[in-house]
Design a protein around this ligand. Structure first.
Ligand code: MN
Length: 532
C-alpha cells in the first residue's frame, strides 16, 4: 500500500500546508473505502493511494493529488459531495465530480465513435486537471488489469489504447502515452506482443555495446567543443509503437533505425545545434532522416532535433538532441506546466490563458482531420457536407489571434456549443449537431434502425420522435418491422444522413435537391448544360 509519506515524498517542494492537506485527504479516503476490496482481493484504497502518488510524480498540485485520493470516494464509498466540499473545498469537489462523470462513458470499439469520445472527454473535463486525474486513474488500473474479469479486460485495454493514449499524446504527455499503449498491447494482441518483445530484445542486445561506444566518442568530441554540461541516455522504443512501425515496414526490422535511440540533453538551444554539427562531423547522416522539431514543433508541442547517422560501432543510429526544458515537456507535456507553483495565486493570469490555449491548440490537428474525414464520408453524422463552420472558424481564429483569455473562452464555447453528445444504452457515444432528434440518432446508428423506428426512450422515458436531444442523454430506439418513416419525419431530422434515408424510404428521388439551392447555383453553368 502506497503510504502518505511516499505520496508527499514524490511532491515537488510542497509547503507545510500542502503536506497537511494531502495527509488529511489520505486519511479521509482511507476511511471512506474501509472494507471495500478490489478484484484482486486487496483493499480498495490501494488504488486511490497509487493514483495520488502518480499525480505527485507528474508534479501536480496538492488539490489535484487530494482529488486523486478522493476520486472514487463519492461514487463507490461513503463520502457525500457535501462532506467533500466541507472538508476539502469547492475546487477538490469539482475535480472529484469531474472524474466521476468521465468514468461513466464507455468505449465499445466502434471506430467512428472514438474521436467523439475523445472530444467528449475533453469537453466534460472543463478543467484540464480532471483529465490528468482520469489519466492517472486509468494508468494505475492498467497496471492491475490482469485481476479484472477476463471478459472485461479487452474492452478496457481497447479503450485505453484508442481513447486515453491518444489523449495523453495530444496533451504532449509522452511517458504516459507510451505506458498506456504498452500496458494495453498484451490484452489486445498477445501473439504480436510476444513477437515484438522478442524482436526488441534481440535488437537491443545487438546494439547495446556499440551504442555505449558511440556515446563515449560523442562525449569526448562535445568536451573538446566546450560542451561538458550535458547528459545522455539510450531511449528504447515502446512496444506498441514498434509494433505499428513494423507493420508499416512489412515486418522488416532492418528498416527500423530507432529501436534504441541515443538521447543528448544539453543546456541551451544553441548547444543543440552545436551538438548536431558535431554529430554530423563524426558520422555521416542518412539523407532525408533529419527533422528539426525545434524550429517546427510537433502539434502537441514536442521539440527536439532528430537525426539518423551511420556509425561504425553501432550501425545506423538515431540521435535526439534537446534541452532540459524540452525533455521535461516531452515527458509530461501540459502537466509540466501545471505544477502547483504555476497554478498558485501569484501566477499571472496570462500564464493560465496561454496554457489553456496550448491545450486547445493541441487538439486542433485531429479536429481538422476529423472534419476532413467527415467530408469524405459524405458527412455521416454531421448535417453539413463541408467541414462544419465552427471548425473552420476555429482554425481561422487559431491562425490570426494569439492566446488571449477572451479568445480561449470563445474557443471553448464554440467548440462545445454546436454539438450534442448522446449515448446508446450500452454507453457508446454518438456525436450529433445541436437540435438533433431521436430520428437523427436512429439513422446515425443504422439506416435499418431508422427505417423501422417505432418509438424512442430518452433516459428511460418514452418521448416523441421530434424532441431535441441534450448532452449526455441516453437514447434507446424501439424497433418494429411494420414501422416506416413518414413525411413528417423530414421536418424533425437535422442530419442530411437521416433525411436522405427518409426520402429514399418514402420513394422520393434526388434526395437533397430542394434543400440545397445555393450549392446548385455554385456549379459551373456550362457543365450542367453539357451534362444534361
Ligand atoms: Mn479509480
Amino acid at each position: 500500500m502506497t503510504t502518505v509519506k511516499e505520496i508527499v515524498g514524490a511532491m515537488k517542494s510542497p509547503t507545510e500546508e500542502d503536506r497537511a492537506f494531502v495527509e488529511k485527504a489520505y486519511e479521509y479516503a482511507k476511511k471512506a473505502h474501509e472494507g471495500h476490496t478490489r478484484y484482486s482481493g486487496e483493499p480498495y484504497f490501494i488504488h486511490p493511494a497509487a493514483t495520488a502518488k502518480i499525480l505527485a510524480e507528474f508534479g501536480m498540485d496538492a488539490k489535484t493529488i487530494a482529488a486523486g485520493l478522493l476520486h472514487d470516494a463519492i461514487e463507490d464509498a461513503r463520502a457525500t459531495p457535501e462532506d467533500v466540499e466541507r472538508e476539502f473545498g469547492k475546487e477538490v469537489l469539482f475535480l472529484v465530480e469531474g472524474v466521476t462523470k468521465l468514468g461513466k462513458h464507455q468505449y465499445h470499439g466502434a471506430e467512428r465513435h472514438a474521436e467523439s469520445l475523445r472530444r467528449l472527454l475533453v469537453a466534460s473535463a472543463a478543467d484540464l486537471r480532471v483529465l490528468i486525474v482520469k489519466l492517472a486513474d486509468r494508468y494505475h488500473n492498467m497496471t492491475t488489469l490482469e485481476h479484472v474479469p477476463e471478459e472485461k479486460r479487452k474492452r478496457i485495454a481497447l479503450e485505453t489504447l484508442e481513447i486515453y493514449a491518444p489523449l495523453a499524446d495530444r496533451l504532449g504527455f509522452g511517458v504516459l502515452k507510451r505506458e498506456l499503449e504498452d500496458l494495453s498491447f498484451p490484452f489486445i494482441d498477445p501473439d504480436a506482443y510476444h513477437h515484438v518483445v522478442e524482436v526488441r530484445k534481440l535488437a537491443r542486445r545487438e546494439t547495446e555495446a556499440g551504442l555505449a561506444k558511440v556515446q563515449k566518442e560523442l562525449q569526448k568530441e562535445l568536451a573538446k567543443k566546450g560542451i561538458t554540461d550535458f547528459r545522455s541516455d539510450v531511449r528504447v522504443k515502446g512496444l506498441w509503437s514498434l509494433h505499428r512501425k513494423l507493420a508499416r515496414k512489412n515486418d522488416d526490422i532492418t528498416k527500423i533505425h530507432d529501436i534504441a535511440a541515443l538521447r543528448i540533453i544539453v543546456p541551451t538551444i544553441d548547444d543543440c545545434y552545436t551538438t548536431l554539427g558535431i554529430i554530423h562531423a563524426l558520422w555521416p547522416p542518412l539523407p532525408g532522416e533529419f527533422t528539426d522539431y525545434i524550429a517546427t514543433p510537433k502539434p502537441n508541442g514536442y521539440q527536439s532535433l532528430h537525426t539518423t547517422v551511420i556509425t561504425r560501432d553501432a550501425g545506423i543510429v538515431e540521435i535526439q538532441v534537446r534541452t532540459e526544458e524540452m525533455h521535461k515537456n516531452a515527458q509530461f507535456g501540459i502537466a509540466s506546466h501545471m505544477s502547483y507553483k504555476q497554478l498558485g495565486k501569484e501566477a499571472p493570469k496570462s500564464t493560465f490563458a496561454s496554457l489553456s490555449f496550448t491545450w486547445v491548440r493541441a487538439l486542433m490537428p485531429s479536429l481538422l482531420h476529423f472534419s476532413r474525414k467527415q467530408t469524405a464520408e459524405a458527412a455521416e453524422v454531421s448535417h453539413q457536407a463541408e467541414a462544419p463552420r465552427w471548425l473552420s472558424e476555429l482554425a481561422d481564429a487559431h491562425a490570426s489571434i494569439a492566446g488571449s483569455k477572451e479568445f480561449v473562452d470563445g474557443l471553448k464555447e464554440d467548440f462545445f456549443s454546436h454539438r450534442v453528445f448522446v449515448f446508446t444504452p450500452k454507453g457508446d457515444v454518438v456525436d450529433l449537431p445541436l437540435g438533433a432528434t431521436p430520428i437523427d440518432f436512429a439513422y446515425a446508428i443504422h439506416s435499418g434502425l431508422g427505417n423501422h423506428m417505432n418509438g424512442a426512450k430518452v433516459n428511460g422515458k418514452l418521448t416523441t420522435l421530434d424532441s431535441e436531444l441534450a448532452n449526455g442523454d441516453v437514447v434507446e430506439i424501439m424497433r418494429r418491422e411494420s414501422a416506416h418513416p413518414t413525411a413528417k419525419w423530414l421536418d424533425s431530422a437535422k442530419t442530411s444522413l437521416a433525411r436522405r434515408h427518409i426520402r429514399l424510404a418514402l420513394g422520393m428521388t434526388d434526395p437533397e435537391a430542394s434543400r440545397r439551392p445555393r450549392r446548385r447555383r455554385m456549379r459551373p453553368q456550362k457543365k450542367k448544360e453539357t451534362g444534361a
